[in-house]
Design a protein around this ligand. Sequence first.
Ligand code: SF4
Length: 889
Amino acid sequence: MSAVVRTTCPYCGVGCGVLACVQPDGAAKISGDPGHPANRGALCSKGSALGETIGLAGRLLQPRLHGREVEWDQAIQAVATGFKRVIAQHGPDAVAFYVSGQLLTEDYYVANKLMKGFIGSGNIDTNSRLCMSSAVAAHKRAFGEDLVPLCYEDLDLADLIVLVGSNTAWCHPVLYQRIVRAKEQRPALRLVVIDPRRTPTCELADLHLSLRSGSDVVLFNGLLSWLAQQEHLDQEFLRDHTRGAARALLVAENTAGDVAGVARQTGIDPAALQRFYEWFGATQRVITAFSQGVNQSSSGTDKANSIINVHLATGRIGRPGMGPFSITGQPNAMGGREVGGLANTLAAHMEFDNAEQHRLVQQFWQAPALAAKPGLKAVDMFEAIYQGRIKAVWIMATNPVVSLPNANRAREALTRCELIVVSDCVADTDTTALAHVLLPAAAWGEKDGTVTNSDRHISRQRAFLPLPGQAQPDWRIICQIARGMGFTRGFEFASAAQVFEEHAALSAAGNAGSRAFNLAGLTGLSPGDYARLEPIQWPVRRGNCAPEGTPRLFSDGRFFHGDGRARLIAKRPRAPQYALDEEYPLVLNTGRIRDQWHTMTRTGRSPRLSAHLPEPFVDMHPADALRFGVREGSLVRIATRWGSMIARLHRSGEIVRGAVFVPIHWTDSNASDARVGSLINPALDPHSGEPEFKHTPARVEPFVVAWHGFVLTRRALTTDGLSWWASAEGAQFRRHEVAGRQVPGDWALWARRWLGADAAADWIDYRDVGTGIYRAAHLIQERLESCLFISSRPQLPSRSWLAGLFQQPRLSESERARLLAACPADPAADGGATVCACFGVGRNAIKAAIAHGCQDPRAIGAKLKAGTNCGSCVPELRRLIATVTETPA
Ligand code: SF4
């Protein structure tokens, strides 16, 4: 076994520490790092399954030029020459970099330096624009700099935690479990969840406020006004440390001055609203944590500022257990913000419009052509590509054809672009399919550098695997292209440590306290110091014997506007940009699911992660389902003015009337028609440029097919001729959910041909013409090769017992006999659809345990282990307990 390496999880912004080592059989052993302050040894289902995602299948391992494998020299020359040609002909603003919160800080740093300092354009923006740029803009307006005031430890100290627009239980599971533990230890701790959906996060909540989509500013203006009326404001703090309070209070009073009016505007029950206001008013230690539900809006910045306003007005900031807390979505969204990966920041929290800072960056980099103005933000960047103003783009570690709003237009934009360069670790994505040049990048496990999580902890990501094939770290690829473009000075870095050294030095340059982002204490690290660097929160000072981090900001009441005061921002509520109408009467809301990450290029490789929700779905209220004539389990088309997609209707009970929810993860690589980005409206927040992913007018209609089916198979299948399909990884097989509009004339002939079973194959099948059922299985030497189940109805047998048969070297006689019935002789052998991904525990097994007396998640955990690792399935366990207990025998 290799040495244990301390690294960090590459998924969400919690930034959990991970222990990784390679075992003798080549598999990676993964566990949580007990020494990391973000997670103290815990991991969620995604982090726990990291070891299943690091194989080389599907990796991009060699540069490709127009689809042909080439050597690095040739690829570098093609990119450098292409960019130079476009710049020479059309100027520096005709090129762009679209980067990612998946990059390490060192990668980000050299990309930003190349574009802004040497090419001379501001056109570098990151996919973090899509998830937290509204929080960044709000921080800058309120605090004078993009600063998260508090730390995770404050969650242990708070007496009231308000989660706004955040399904923390699924999207930041380790933080959620921290709140669960805090509440267990201190039952008086109150949790309020503000979200239109009743998500699994609400299972723990003392109060759930299901507000009308987009009405957050009304809610928090109402709170500000109520706090003033009840004399809960901290007048001394307002006087000494803020500006703008009078105007903010006046606007709050005018727009949301009475609880009944706020209740009407937000759709919240007045008594529940009153209770929330009273709890907030009476509690000093209150944290308001928010994420994409707030940020992804055409008024996201105003929403975030309305939250910050109530903390400033009550002085509940800068002290233990309190403050507004933006929880970031990606592992290094914060690191990208630090270096200047957003198009409207110059570098190291320095701004374009500050002449002194502009001069400082120019001198520090010895930049030949420092950009003078901000570049184009993500959506505007792709619009400029569409319009032909940007002619060459380099996309790094992200999949914009899936993830951007109005994604069909983004795809069309790329098809018009003269030069598309994509660096990625995955060969086949919806975006790499359009690239002229593909550059193989190192993947997690092979990368070395730093990331910064939601509470400003800088942690090392350390390599524990060798670089495979021709893959290289992103920072090194960028430096080679820079040198290829003729920038021989400024990109001579020999290691990630050297890049970090320059990054830290820039943060400290000319910084006598004017900028909070300051890594002075991390400058001058030796390679050994960098290798051993422990997680530390910026700003970092030089301590007497070691660097000193900063858990909390603003404890001295000093902010980073020129006058040292924070700003309350007066904002009138604005409705979402596109209103509902008769044609599109539903609000389309989008988000993540528990066990998948982004476009599933990594988590999709894990069978256990793919087992929980294996196909694209739309969640809606039963009354709306009835109104639109669609049934649970059937296929439906979701349509907006910008696009449409097909998904399975799944009613979770979480959705209010008038809304639908669709997850963001499916792509053209794993489903026929499920890129929800193609449905999303193009509205943007005017301050942050963040898209309105949470509110697109939509309609739902049946997607009529003649037959439904599924196939589990060890073989690679084509999907030609299917009307709809979605596929997911299983253990030793692939699962395909399928549907068709044409009924084959001969099912057996069609099935044999599709599954590759010739006339001599061991083939068993069953047909019932009356019910439209056809079932077949193909075995090779008594081992199950494929099985196929077809019906004229969407109700099909359980896949879970069949899935288990693929683990067996040969089927027993009893298993073979029951194969086409899809159920074992002993019903208990069918665990049912996966609920607990960590231990692969299914719904049937859990229901049986409940029926046998396990009446709380602990008891289920003791019997089946479900819920005892990451805890993310505990809300689902609670729901099952309620369902089974309520169902009469
Ligand atoms: S909560 Fe899960 S996905 Fe997020 S960093 Fe931790 S282990 Fe990774």
